[in-house]
Ligand binder design. Structure first.
Ligand code: SF4
Length: 388
């Protein structure tokens, strides 16, 4: 079931979109169909529930008896529970406990409901963990996904949660610093961002508040960017996004030469990801419209895709073939993937049993932007030169 925060027009989780592209809220509303509780969000919700339970015990909010009873219930009833699921949650819980231990007599709140509606209409949210000392407010957020790392640096969702948490507790404390951390156990990634209370409040007053007003009114300039458009419900039909990508695709004048210059290739590379994404979004949108809504796009038609023959009953096929004298009809036995085995046996036992016979081959060379965290590798020709 969606939380009130998810129902809010200007939710914190979509703030990286509406804070930058203010007209997107009104423009995209007709495309924002009922949100589905996808496997990923449901799994994240389960991870948050288990973490809250364990941290409630660690922070003295529930007894050991209650912890054990609820753990037993969780394991029996939750479809996402597995040994490795619990190990990743434990990793986060351990991280929170270590963070709490770095402070002197902190106050800790879990799943704290926060209110930033002074700046954003219907602005409510939930801070996973709030650690408070006299001068520091620290919020820690669990992201359980294993897709891409989410950085805490200038993360508007976390900044809004921090703002709401500050609003909730500032009467009782004398905060001067706000710290925000995102921990992603399944990506082994942690990042922290810090700013002064003054900077946070200034951002809220001079940036968030006026932009929230523009967003509610559907005003302001369209501002396509990979961050803003990524989750926008109108991303396939938005003209501003199409204009930007088409302009980027044709902005080079190659008249002077038959060959692309190095700088031109760099520029094409830097636009490629977003242009590819946009093309995929438009293709997917058109397919769904044609298939589900019967919409016709001039020059295009819906056909059945290619498919392969398949056996309807493998057991019957196997006995017919064996009876006919064909015995070598089975594939060799194959191990499950490492991820599936790790999920089954748990991270610790997986390591104990298999670490000595697992290797990680060097990945295929990939071109990435200079700011990527991975270290640069030498090209083949450079390696030959170095050897010589
Ligand atoms: S697709 Fe991008 S530019 Fe267009 S409305 Fe959405 S966020 Fe704004």
């Amino acid at each position: 079931m969606a939380t009130p925060e998810e129902h809010a027009i200007l939710s914190a989780s979509s703030s990286s979109r509406w804070l930058h592209c203010t007209p997107s809220v009104v423009f995209a509303a007709p495309y924002d169909k009922e949100r589905k509780d996808t496997t990923f969000t449901a799994e994240g919700t389960a991870a948050h529930a288990l973490a809250e339970l364990k941290l409630s015990f660690d922070t003295g909010k529930i007894t050991k008896r209650k912890l054990n009873a609820q753990l037993k219930k969780f394991k029996a009833e939750n479809e996402y529970y597995s040994t490795s699921f619990e190990e990743f949650v434990d990793d986060y819980v351990g991280f929170v406990n270590e963070t709490v231990a770095t402070y002197d007599h902190p106050e800790v709140e879990l799943e704290q409901r926060v209110n930033f509606s002074d700046w954003v209409p219907d602005g409510y949210g939930t801070s996973d963990v709030v650690i408070m000392t006299d001068s520091i407010l620290h919020i820690v957020d669990l992201k359980f996904g294993k897709g891409v790392p989410v950085s805490a640096v200038e993360n508007t969702q976390l900044m809004l949660y921090a703002l709401g948490t500050y609003y909730e507790f500032n009467m009782a404390y004398d905060f001067d610093t706000v710290r925000m951390t995102i921990h992603q156990p399944r990506l082994y990634d942690t990042s922290t961002y810090e700013l002064s209370v003054e900077e946070l409040l200034d951002w809220a007053e001079t940036f968030v508040k006026p932009r929230a007003e523009l967003a509610m009114a559907g005003e302001g300039d369209y501002a396509p960017s990979d961050k803003a458009c990524q989750w926008c419900p109108a991303k396939a039909v938005c003209k501003a996004r199409a204009d930007k990508n088409l302009q980027n695709a044709i902005k080079y004048d190659f008249a002077d030469s038959n060959e692309l210059e190095t700088e031109a290739i760099s520029d094409v590379l830097s636009q490629a990801k977003e242009i590819k994404k946009w093309l995929e979004d438009v293709e997917e949108y058109a397919l769904v419209q044609a298939r589900d809504e019967g919409k016709h796009f001039p020059g295009w038609k819906l056909v059945a895709g290619r498919s392969n023959r398949k056996i309807t009953n493998a057991d019957v096929a196997a006995s017919l073939l064996t009876d006919a004298g064909f015995t070598e009809i089975f594939k060799p036995r194959e191990l499950l993937t490492l991820t599936a085995i790790e999920k089954m046996v748990g991270k610790k036992q997986f390591g104990d049993l298999l670490n000595d016979i697992i290797v990680k081959p060097e990945g295929k060379p990939t071109l990435v932007v200079e700011t990527d965290k991975r270290p640069e590798i030498s090209s083949h020709s450079q390696a030959v030169k170095d050897f010589e």
